[in-house]
Design a binder for this molecule. Structure first.
Ligand SMILES: Cc1cc2nc3c(=O)[nH]c(=O)nc-3n(C[C@H](O)[C@H](O)[C@H](O)COP(=O)(O)O)c2cc1C
Length: 368
């Protein structure tokens, strides 16, 4: 690099170069992370007009990845999270995608099945949550009565797995009907697909457990089904190779995620979105993300604790194609502008992250 190229690579303007990810044309590399805010209307977990206002306020993101959204009733793990399996939900989301598009933005839906991270009070007929293996996670969830331990799950039978793939396929079809620009499959943070991937939660002895190819089979089948529905260029995936969030662990994450990403690359999906380190926590857990990236030819999105300076370095150096911001977008609807102008950021208020109404949701002020 000559001096001028090096200076340009250090400049915040690298964040504002357009990016093509598969079939997605993104106006910048400052993207909004999926953020559960637990404000869907009950009963029915239906997206609301307030949610449309919240997302439209953030339409200056190069891409909004909307909050994790259950693909079926069994896929729900927390109170008041939205779904994409009923007609009322599809209708509610339609208003949101229209509001974001009117404001000039792009929006994907994050497809979610929580697997074992649920509670019987949220499950149809009070049944046990499903999981790869009957291993209860040592973590809590939020239900009508407050925070509670997650319930003991039951293992999915092999003959039930095609039905799981089918609910993802239908959810992707519904997302298309609702006007989303694409979907992100949530395979991170200890939810169902991550539970199949990692051997701390998957102790199956059928074709979906044991070897790395077997443990990544469900993710691969889901991605194939979803890509067939919306087009592979409109599908991304979120992975968290070393995050311990939701009581997760694996004996060899480097080998597991390298193979998983190689298989995803063959599907020609738009992007891989990696949470580096512990979700919302330590970034310095050893893992060779650059080596993982070399297994993938599409766009590479990175997340977790990124600041303006880290983002400029990540993109300027070519380490990543885009940076995905979570908490900063909660508190700063105009985050891209603030980064560009090096303006101060509003601090997020964790007390209003989940549930409630407009306070701590749509009332964070933009710059004057
Ligand atoms: C309130 C809140 C809700 C979240 N909901 C989701 C979610 O729905 N799906 C997901 O993949 N990650 C979720 N996360 C994780 C974030 O997407 C992101 O990985 C994390 O906040 C780290 O990024 P940050 O340091 O930029 O905030 C959530 C995080 C927070 C704080």
């Amino acid at each position: 690099m000559d001096g001028r190229a090096a200076a340009a690579a250090d400049s915040v303007e690298v964040l504002f170069k357009p990016l093509r990810a598969g079939a997605l044309e993104l106006s910048s590399r400052v993207l909004m992370a999926p953020l559960t805010r637990s404000r869907a209307a009950l009963p029915g977990n239906v997206p609301t007009p307030l949610m449309a206002e919240y997302y439209a306020q953030r339409a200056s993101a190069g891409l909004i990845i909307a909050e994790a959204t259950q693909v079926c009733p069994e896929g729900q793990g927390y109170l008041a999270t939205p779904g994409i399996h009923s007609a009322a939900q599809v209708d509610g989301w339609k208003r949101i995608t229209e509001a974001v598009h009117r404001a000039g933005g792009k929006i994907l839906l994050q497809l979610w099945h929580v697997g074992r991270i649920s509670h019987v009070s949220l499950q149809p007929n009070g049944q046990a949550p499903v999981a790869p293996s009957p291993i209860r996670a040592r973590t809590k969830t939020y239900v009508a009565s407050g925070y509670v331990d997650v319930s003991e799950p039951r293992a999915l039978r092999t003959d039930e797995i095609p039905g799981v793939v089918e609910v993802y396929r239908r959810a992707a079809a519904n997302a298309r009907i609702a006007g989303f620009d694409g979907v992100e499959v949530h395979a991170a943070n200890g939810y169902l697909l991550d539970q199949f991937l990692r051997d701390g939660s998957n102790q199956r002895d059928d074709g979906y457990g044991g070897s790395i190819d077997n443990r990544s089979r469900l993710l691969f089948e889901v991605m194939q089904a979803v890509a067939a529905e919306v087009g592979s260029g409109r599908v991304g995936v979120r992975l968290a190779p070393v995050s311990s969030f939701n009581d997760m662990r694996d004996s060899d994450p480097a080998a597991l995620f390298r193979r998983a990403v190689e298989r995803l690359d063959a599907l020609k999906i738009a992007y891989v979105h990696v949470i580096e380190g512990d979700t919302g926590g330590a970034r310095d857990i050893p893992f060779d993300y650059a080596a993982l990236r070399r297994c993938f030819s599409g766009a590479w999105l990175v997340n977790n604790g990124y600041t303006r300076e880290l983002a400029v370095a990540a993109i300027g150096s070519g380490y990543a194609d885009a940076v995905v911001f979570g908490r900063p977008f909660i508190a700063n609807p105009d985050l891209p502008r603030r980064l560009r102008e090096n303006a101060a950021l509003n601090p997020p208020d964790p007390g209003t992250f989940y549930g409630g109404g407009a306070r701590g949701y749509t009332d964070y002020p933009p710059l004057a």
